[in-house]
Design a protein around this ligand. Structure first.
Ligand code: G6P
Length: 613
């Protein structure tokens, strides 16, 4: 959601800002804008894509070595030119871009209107631009102090960048609840700001992840970071582990396809160096440091949204099977507004690719207030979720740009497998030999996925056959019930075809009524203790003339005459089968979406990182 990029230094800001906005396109947005400082303050903005902004500013003066840009995902007010950022203050001298929501904007706006302010947009952001100028004029404060005083009046979440015509060498940025990263440039006084590190990777490896309540003030080529009470902070400078190659399509048509194909590597990166299969031992800091506490846990609550919630559902089976722990899996958005009963010996595990999902963060906050220990499983280094966690593990999948999550999901499942095994070891619910066996099976997964990816051509043909279907059903049991949910989610996210995932046996309690000759049903029927039962479910579909696409274990030809299509995938142990079985479902949704002419990497209405509730 909303992307922020800003630059201050000696280079031309516009190309840097525009390129940065393009790198952030994956977050999801509906309008774009820039503000540039070159003696004067110039703002260009438009509904639509960054390329539309480029066209709109084609003949305009875009010079200046200080600039900021924004991609907006509409919350307050429809996507149009007026609501696009940057917003200006009453005099037009203060310009502001914002990611987040100002919850008390209506009250602030009322006060400003009483003082003669009029507004040109319906946004909460414009109110803040006006407020800062109002405070400056009425209290005689400097820009930085007026920003601080204004933010003290704000309730809500924000990452903001401010430029002011009267302070032509200044750039001010602040965050609370929405992410903001600072890149330190190679020359003195050169700084980059962005919602995440992707626009910074080509310019610097030195980054600061701003903390909540911090304000960065760049003036006279120096940056000072202060807290909201004006106390100077000493930031930690991180080394960025991201390179340009990770942010490019690398010859693939879409990021999603590249990321599907990256999975042998990303899964390997998720477990690399973290265990020794021969001895059944772990080298994971969180497991080592917290082994005593982990052994004492009485209950595990897994929280997440979207695909991360599906990874939590797979983990429910893993933790129950391996660590014999009672497990609950919760949508973060529901959990945060309940009054959950939590105890100090509960472990709440938050799962997130981006580390910035607002509902997940709020759910973690609630769990902490209720004294549970909070563990984060996250992909984006330095994001808010790891910072809010008592302990955690990164998934190391690398940057995921496609909005539909693919490699992040399989990396989450991989890390959750290790955590389930690690807690099993601490709780002594599995022997070292049993643990070793699962570890060895995990080491074979990258090769098996490599093999599963060879199904691509077969799946292209399948996509051709079913691309015009308007409904799909996905069925699975046990470990593969969440895979069915994830398969259905992938299809609806990127091709806008209605799809539902169901536990195979539940089909007869509802979805069976939908089955007819036009309903493709994808059934995950790989070898497991439920196999025969799943075959019975397949028979039930076929008896009603449904079209069945069965995902079976390699070598299984017994369904060839029963179902319409068989996809054979490499076999692994049941607990790890979601990692392999997900692959053909990802490919199927990808190819159908491409054939339907959909924007695979930036599906309509969706955002990669949902920073508002
Ligand atoms: C959005 C994304 C999904 C993602 C979900 C949770 O809806 O489009 O792909 O699964 O948010 O995001 P997180 O970053 O917390 O995993």
């Amino acid at each position: 959601m909303c992307g922020i990029v800003a630059y201050i230094g000696s280079k031309e800001a516009y190309p840097i800002v525009v390129k940065g906005l393009k790198r952030l396109e994956y977050r999801g947005y509906d309008s774009a804008g820039v503000a540039l400082m070159n003696g004067d303050l110039r703002v260009y903005k438009t509904k639509g894509k960054v390329s539309d902004l480029e066209s709109a500013a084609k003949d305009a003066d875009v010079s200046g070595t200080i600039g900021m840009g924004h991609t907006r995902w509409a919350t307050h007010g429809e996507p149009n030119d007026a609501n696009a950022h940057p917003h200006l203050s009453l005099s037009g001298k203060v310009s502001l871009i914002h990611n987040g929501i100002i919850e008390n904007y209506a009250t602030l706006k009322e006060g400003l209107e009483q003082r003669g302010h009029t507004f040109t947009s319906e946004t909460d952001t414009e109110v803040l631009a006006h407020l800062i100028e109002d405070v400056m004029i009425n209290s005689g404060l400097s820009l930085a102090d007026a920003v601080r005083a204004s933010l003290k009046q704000v309730v809500g979440a924000y990452a903001i960048v401010i430029l002011s015509k009267d302070n032509p060498e200044h750039l001010i940025a602040a965050r609370k609840g929405s992410p903001l990263v600072v890149g330190i440039g190679s020359e003195a006084g050169e700084y980059f700001f962005a919602s995440d590190a992707t626009p910074l990777a080509e310019y610097t490896k030195k980054v600061i992840y701003m903390k909540d309540g911090e304000i960065a003030i760049v003036e006279n080529k120096e940056m000072t970071i202060k807290n909201i009470d004006n106390v100077v902070q000493v930031p930690y400078v991180h080394e960025l582990e991201m390179n340009l190659e990770m942010l490019e399509k690398g010859g693939y048509d879409h990021f999603m396809l590249k990321e599907i194909y990256e999975q042998p590597r990303s899964i390997y990166d998720s477990y690399r160096g973290r265990f020794n299969a021969a001895s059944g031992t772990f080298h994971m800091r969180s497991l080592e440091e917290y082994s005593e506490q982990l052994a004492q846990i009485k209950r595990l609550i897994l929280i997440g949204c979207g695909t991360s919630w599906h990874a939590g559902l797979v983990a429910e089976y893993l933790f129950e099977d391996f660590a014999r722990l009672p497990v609950e899996v919760e949508y973060a958005s529901e959990f945060r507004y309940r009054n959950p009963v939590l105890f100090s010996d509960d472990l709440v595990m938050a799962i997130s690719q981006s580390g910035e999902t607002a509902d997940t963060l709020a759910a973690m906050d609630l769990a902490k207030r209720k004294s549970a220990t909070v563990f984060g499983v996250c992909n984006v280094v330095g994001s808010s979720i790891p910072r809010l966690s008592d302990a955690g593990a990164y998934t190391h999948a690398g940057p995921e740009i496609g909005v539909a999550s693919t490699k992040a999901f399989t990396s989450q499942v991989t890390v959750l497998t290790l955590l389930a095994l690690g807690i099993a070891k601490a709780r002594k619910t599995m022997s070292d030999k049993e643990i070793s066996k699962v570890m060895s099976a995990l080491e074979e997964i990258p090769d098996k996925i490599e093999k599963a990816l060879l199904l691509n051509d077969e799946i292209v043909k399948l996509a051709e056959t079913y691309k015009d279907s308007r409904n799909f059903l996905y069925l699975g049991r046990g470990y593969n019930f969440p895979v069915a949910l994830e398969g259905a989610l992938k299809l609806k996210e990127i091709s806008y075809i209605h799809a539902e995932g169901y536990p195979a046996a539940e089909m007869k309690h509802g979805p069976i009524a939908l089955i007819d000759a036009d309903m493709p049903v994808v059934v995950i029927a790989t070898n497991s203790e439920h196999y025969e039962k799943v075959v019975s479910n397949i028979q039930e579909v076929k008896a009603r003339k449904g079209k069945v696409i069965a995902v079976v274990s390699e070598g299984n030809t017994s369904l060839d005459k029963i179902v319409d299509h068989v996809i054979q995938v490499p076999e692994t142990i049941d607990a790890l089968s979601p990692l392999v079985n997900t692959i053909p479902l990802q490919l199927l949704s990808y190819h159908i979406a491409v054939m339907c002419g959909c924007n695979v990497d930036q599906p309509r209405n969706l955002a990669k990182s949902v920073t508002v509730e």
